[in-house]
Design a binder for this molecule. Sequence first.
Ligand code: 5GP
Ligand code: ZN
Length: 112
Amino acid sequence: MSCLFCKIVEGEIPSSPVYLDDVCYAFADIHPQAPTHILLISRRHVASLAETDAEDAGLLGRLLAAAAKIARDKGLVHGYRVVINTGADGGQTVGHLHLHILGGRPLAWPPG
Ligand code: 5GP
Ligand code: ZN
């Protein structure tokens, strides 16, 4: 098992979990880009959003619902952003499906 985020889910690489359930695992990003920067991942290895289809609707729905719960729990009452970098042009650097939850400051648009 060489996937970095699979190793984090298994506890082989330490992380600071902020939320977990039977399908999701969330932890602080090691290089935060905002006062709150959480990575929310699927426990099951899925390489990227591009690898998903309608059969993954349950998983994807659970991830989005968990993102909203985490944002509420973190008190992001002024708003936040959920990002799924996908593939090379999307800026994905870790090949395991993950959502970035960013908040705690105004975020510029459009992104770079
Ligand atoms: P991507 O660029 O693939 O969308 O996001 C990968 C994210 O994983 C980056 O924001 C990066 O800071 C974070 N990251 C990479 N390695 C580690 C690690 O070992 N621990 C944690 N907590 N975050 C990591
Ligand atoms: Zn993985």
